[in-house]
Design a protein around this ligand. Structure first.
Ligand code: ADP
Ligand code: MG
Ligand code: MG
Length: 252
């Protein structure tokens, strides 16, 4: 599904990603961990096509398409979902209205007919029941005054509606409590299927108690310096990152 080859990116004059290699197949869940400032959020942003980052080398193939050639909206329409893409508060715009626009933009890109109000109502009802989210949350302005848990519920609902092939979740918020983490984990576990893949960026080993990743990667200084299975996440919880930093720094 996704093949990242020697991806390098900088912001301003600062080189942040220094050669990322990663392959993600359909049905897999990958966790990306690593110390603060190692480039995790940058990687997620570059994959989603956020501006401000300049890709200086490498390639990203997504189901045979050169992802780096596409604008952010086109990537979304190809099935890439970045959870923090819409964390902003949008005064006066409800989640449902926001999602109607997003869904129909995607359908337009794919050459499909727009959905009408009746179809949306039916689809939203199904998805609400499926991910167990309340109508009242969806009627409120997007993210305005949302608690951490409500933001996460909303994020999962967006995923349920947009049905991405590749979901990238960047769990940066250090204020997340265990309930919010559980909402994310339950949502991801429910929405994952043999046809889609998930990349979870996190520095919480705790999250991986609930979302069991197939692979765990450690990002440090803009490179994936170690990969393993969920056992690696457990080892990191026990030992921290210093031993990995020392290994990498010794080689430099
Ligand atoms: P992580 O998510 O692993 O904590 P980030 O990708 O957020 O790391 O950041 C990687 C590095 O890039 C850090 O050194 C950070 O200071 C720097 N960085 C991130 N965003 C910007 C920016 N907008 N301008 C300058 N430097 C940035
Ligand atoms: Mg950070
Ligand atoms: Mg980050």
């Amino acid at each position: 599904m996704l093949k990242i080859d020697n991806l390098q990116a900088k912001i301003g004059e600062k080189q942040i990603l220094r050669g990322i290699n990663l392959e993600v197949k359909a049905g897999e869940v990958h966790a990306i961990m690593g110390p603060n400032g190692s480039g995790k959020s940058t990687l997620a942003s570059v994959l989603a096509g956020r501006e401000d980052y300049e890709v200086t080398a490498g390639s990203v193939d997504f189901n045979g398409t050169d992802l780096l050639e596409l604008a952010a909206e086109e990537r979304a329409a190809e099935g890439v979902f970045l959870a923090f893409q819409y964390p902003v508060e949008i005064p006066g715009v409800s989640t449902t209205n926001f999602l109607k626009t997003a869904v129909n933009e995607i359908r337009k890109y794919r050459g499909e007919e727009p959905m009408d109000a009746v179809q949306f109502l039916k689809m939203f009802k199904q998805k609400m029941a499926y991910v167990n989210i309340d109508q009242s949350l969806l009627n409120r302005a997007l993210n305005e005054g949302f608690s951490g848990g409500e933001k996460k519920k909303n994020e999962i609902f967006q995923m349920a509606v947009l049905e991405p092939k590749l979901a990238i979740l960047d769990e940066t918020d250090s204020g997340l409590d265990i309930d919010a983490l559980r909402i994310v984990a339950e949502g991801v576990n429910k929405l994952k299927s043999p046809d889609n893949a998930v990349i979870v960026v996190t520095h919480y080993q705790r999250l991986l108690d609930y979302i069991v990743p197939d692979f765990v990667h450690v990002l440090y200084k803009g490179r994936i310096v170690k990969s393993g299975t969920k056992e690696l996440a457990l080892e990191l919880e026990e030992r921290g990152y210093d031993w990995i930093k020392a290994e990498v720094d010794a080689e430099e």
